[in-house]
Design a protein around this ligand. Structure first.
Ligand SMILES: [Mg+2]
Length: 187
């Protein structure tokens, strides 16, 4: 299979690093539980959206983002099983250098640049599976949809929308291994 994998808050913990840095910078105590929607700036009352989003443009920010537990092992496992793994990320041009060299290739050295697709419209990409925390990337896509749980998608009914929700990479591996063992069978 061709397995498409999102980057932010799927193979790494962007939100955790973002909230930590924004709290340090603006003296707040926002937690991940306070993030209920796509707009990270929402719980930061009195601080502009551009200031909160500006944190991700600071030098060294992407190097402070940690991998998601189990992600490297899972991607390696899929590749060992003979699947093609592509990272598909909607990334700002300014972030590319640090996000790739300081984060992706540092923690996932077995992923090569020619297996990275930078795209805002993931539905245009052909693949058998997309694993993503962004509902907007899964909806309408012509791939099997695995929703990786994140604070902003917790209240979304994945099953009713034809998606399988996973909370961990171990769960994602179980789901995808199950598809390989029983091709064509939905679980
Ligand atoms: Mg994401």
């Amino acid at each position: 299979m061709t397995i498409l994998v999102d980057m932010d808050d799927t193979v790494e913990q962007l939100l955790k690093a973002w909230v930590k840095r924004a709290n340090e910078k603006f003296g707040r105590e926002v937690t991940l539980d306070d993030i209920t929607g796509w707009n990270v700036a929402e719980p930061y009352t009195g601080i502009s959206r551009s200031e909160i989003y500006g944190v991700t443009y600071e030098k060294g920010f992407w190097e402070s983002v940690e991998p998601m537990p189990g992600a490297a092992e899972a991607l390696r496992h899929f590749m060992d099983q003979g699947h093609e793994v592509y990272i598909v990320t909607a990334t700002e041009p300014e972030h590319v250098e640090e996000k790739m060299n300081g984060l992706l290739f540092r923690y996932f050295p077995f992923i090569r640049w020619d297996h990275v697709i930078i795209a805002g419209r993931k539905q245009l990409i052909r693949g058998d599976v997309l694993i993503d925390d962004g509902i907007h990337n899964l909806e309408g896509g012509d791939y099997r949809k695995v929703l990786f749980t994140a604070p902003h998608n917790r209240s979304y009914d994945a099953r009713a929308n034809g998606m399988i929700r996973v909370d961990t990479w171990e769960e994602a591996v179980r789901v995808i291994d199950g598809w390989t063992e029983c091709p064509g069978e939905e679980q």
